[in-house]
Design a protein around this ligand. Structure first.
Ligand code: ATP
Ligand code: ZN
Length: 224
């Protein structure tokens, strides 16, 4: 279902939400976010924003349901690998890397446990929300392991006796430390990115995307 208006998916609330809203505002897109709506219309441009869970954004782009999306590379890569596994569409175009949402996906284990490299993880159970990225990394290292899939509270899994180690997002490391864990291996570095669906766009949409990208370039450069 193609619409005349450019559809952009962003996170409704969470770590990327505020900065996405701020970026669009600085690019001159006027939006009133009050209320609990899924779709909000820009007042001064033919743009509709979809406010969703970040987990849904890669799929919306890969299925061609929305035109643009802002998403953390960690989530994007996890969904891409999952879709390849399931034989579902997994294509997108990277328009640009953004200057927020920085974090890393790391393997961490008990701070008192010795660690000399990935081989020390052999046959261990690792709790994670990112099983596909973790598997890709471990396969590359040639180390076998088992997973414990958790969508939250990953950092307490070792203490709770659910897993030997974890693979989770880290920014400062404070959460790991608070849970008696140490960072052993960084397996993926991530930032927020602007992505576009595959396929053709009307001339109007193409011109609007160009204009947004030019403004974004200016906004991001001004901050550096
Ligand atoms: P949603 O309700 O939309 O599913 P969520 O709980 O999955 O939200 P957030 O915690 O808001 O997600 O994180 C969104 C993204 O922010 C992450 O996928 C990651 O790219 C980025 N991020 C930056 N720093 C961190 C961090 N310290 N911990 C987790 N995510 C971070
Ligand atoms: Zn999420």
């Amino acid at each position: 279902m193609q619409t005349q208006r450019l559809r952009i998916a962003i996170q409704k609330k969470g770590r990327l939400a505020k900065e996405c809203q701020e970026l669009l505002k600085r690019c001159g897109v006027k939006i009133n976010y009050t209320g609990e709506r899924l779709v909000v219309h820009a007042e001064n441009m033919p743009i509709d924003l979809l406010l969703v869970r970040d987990d849904d954004i890669p799929g919306l782009i890969m299925d061609g349901v929305v035109d643009l999306g802002v998403i953390g590379e960690n989530e994007l890569e996890e969904v891409r690998l999952e879709r390849i596994k399931l034989g579902e569409p997994s294509q997108y175009q990277l328009l640009r890397r953004l200057d927020f949402g920085g974090c890393r996906l790391s393997i961490a284990l008990d701070k008192d446990q010795s660690y000399n490299g990935p081989q020390d993880l052999a046959n261990q159970r690792i709790a994670t929300t990112y099983p596909n990225i973790l598997k890709a990394y471990m396969d590359k290292q040639g180390v076998s392991f088992s997973t414990c899939m958790l969508n939250g509270s990953v950092e307490v899994a070792p203490r709770a006796g659910l897993a030997d180690a974890i693979c989770d997002l880290v920014s400062t490391g404070a959460t790991l430390e608070a849970n008696g864990l140490k960072e052993a291996e960084v397996i993926f570095r991530s930032k927020a990115v602007l992505i576009q669906r595959e396929g053709s766009f009307s001339e109007e949409k193409t011109a609007l995307i160009e204009r947004l990208l030019t403004r974004m370039q200016g906004v991001i450069q001004a901050k550096e």
